[in-house]
Design a protein. Structure first.
Length: 133
């Protein structure tokens, strides 16, 4: 099953090895932002966006997600370690009401800010789809 995550009012993505989701959304014409701490991955992602002619739609930053303003984004995709997911809940809750979140590999712990809408797949390929309440 395919998941369409790109939305016109802004898309945020964190911690994917190649930022492929950001590049795919940019190819579809959506302004997308990728955030990563690893400078080599950021440089590679910037190179790919320029090579693919997506420099105006795709933006990549070397930044800590906990120091990133998430309020402008309507959708976020997070690839986080299981031990990080609980710490992410307060940060992700800075996003506006009715925003979307896709958590890849690990779900968020139970909380009042994010309502689980769907789970797709299992194990390492699982994705949990949430909506901000």
């Amino acid at each position: 099953m395919a998941i369409r995550v790109c939305v016109s009012s802004g898309f945020f993505h964190s911690h994917s090895p190649t930022h492929s989701v950001v590049l795919q959304c940019a190819k579809e014409g959506y302004k997308s932002t990728g955030v990563e701490l690893n400078s080599i991955l950021v440089a590679y992602s910037k190179y790919r966006s320029i090579k693919d002619g997506l420099g105006k739609e795709a933006r990549f930053m070397r930044k800590n997600i906990f120091k990133t303003d998430l309020n402008p984004y309507q959708t976020a995709v997070i690839f986080g370690a299981e031990s990080l997911m609980g710490d992410l809940v307060p940060k992700l809750s800075e996003m506006r009401q009715d925003t979307n979140l896709l958590a890849c590999r690990f779900p968020l712990p139970d909380n009042d800010a994010w309502k689980l809408e769907n789970q797709i797949g299992e194990g390492i390929d699982a994705v949990w789809v949430y909506r901000r309440t």
